[in-house]
Design a protein around this ligand. Structure first.
Ligand code: 2AM
Ligand code: CA
Length: 286
């Protein structure tokens, strides 16, 4: 290389993706060791909206690991934002102006974690100028690390993932959610479930948005939708699905971006059909 053609100089450079994987693995192992011993349990908005000392400890662990390597990057983590929809929207609106923003859900599926039901995950995304470029989701119960980098595909255990091939809802295994907020969000999602269940092959609701998205990416679910989520529930999973060849929009079909709270992620083939059933049922949340 000629002296005037030098690439960027990186001192002890550890890649973004390596740091994300390392943080998810370390936090996930620790979280798993705390099942049944999660520390103090508190409620946030309602009796259904839980947080434990383990959620907070895991977020601190992930923050420290990221800050060690990238002290200039901004970090948005679920447990550092006040509870409630308005606070979440405000926190994201401020944070998304940052060039590099890490978006963390230390435990996605806290209710499952508290009960010892093995369906929870660590979700870590990195956005660059508002676009997700790295998504990592770790499932400690199955020791599965789902990894995606924009433009480079998505992988689980080093194997390339691709979405499933079912072309019709009638052949699809579709996941949904039962949100903690019971006045608006729970009834809306129940309305959607009522409409989709008779048309799909079957419905599942595992209780972790991030893991649902990882399973759509891996071709184990045909699709997933849920109304009323936050950026940290879906940022990493949205990239996993896209890089596996799937489609991610909001519930009225607009392209995914960080502020999307009502998400639809599918194998692409049955996306339009799922959107139209939700629309017909008036279950889009718009
Ligand atoms: P959590 O465990 O990180 O809270 C289940 O329906 C999904 O909704 C989970 O991914 C869960 O993530 C998320 N969730 C639970 N309570 C929520 C709330 N009050 N607002 C938004 N998402 C919530
Ligand atoms: Ca969480």
């Amino acid at each position: 290389m000629e002296p005037n053609e030098k690439g960027p100089y990186v001192l002890t450079g550890k890649s973004h993706i390596a740091v994300a994987i390392n943080a998810a693995a370390k936090a996930g192992e620790w979280i798993k060791s705390r099942v049944g011993a999660y520390g103090k349990l508190s409620v946030k908005n309602s009796d259904q909206d839980l947080v434990t000392e383990t959620d907070k400890g895991a977020e601190q662990m992930i923050r420290r690991l990221i800050q060690t390597h990238f002290p200039d990057h901004a970090i948005l983590g679920e447990e550092s934002v006040a509870p409630g929809e308005e606070a979440s929207i405000r926190a994201l609106a401020e944070a998304r102006k940052e060039e590099y923003l890490w978006i963390i859900d230390p435990i996605d599926g806290t209710t499952n974690f508290v009960h010892g039901f093995p369906f929870y995950s660590v979700s870590i995304a990195l956005s660059h100028n508002g676009e997700v470029v790295i998504g990592v989701i770790y499932d400690p119960s199955r020791d599965e690390m789902f990894v995606a980098e924009k433009g480079k595909g998505a992988y689980v255990h080093g194997a390339r993932m691709s979405v499933s091939g079912e072309a019709r809802l009638a052949e699809g295994l579709i996941a949904a959610g039962f949100p903690a907020e019971e006045n608006i969000l729970l009834p809306l999602n129940l309305k959607g479930i009522g409409a989709v269940a008779p048309r799909a092959r079957s419905i599942r609701a595992g209780g972790s948005a991030a893991l649902h998205l990882a399973h759509v990416a891996a071709g184990r679910l045909s699709g997933y939708w849920e109304v009323g989520l936050n950026s940290w529930d879906v940022a990493a999973g949205a990239l996993l699905v896209k890089e596996s060849g799937g489609k991610v929009t909001d519930t009225i079909g607009s392209a995914y971006q960080l502020s999307v709270r009502n998400i639809v992620a599918t194998n692409g083939a049955l996306h339009a059909e799922l959107l139209s059933v939700l629309k017909e049922a008036e279950a889009t949340g718009f």
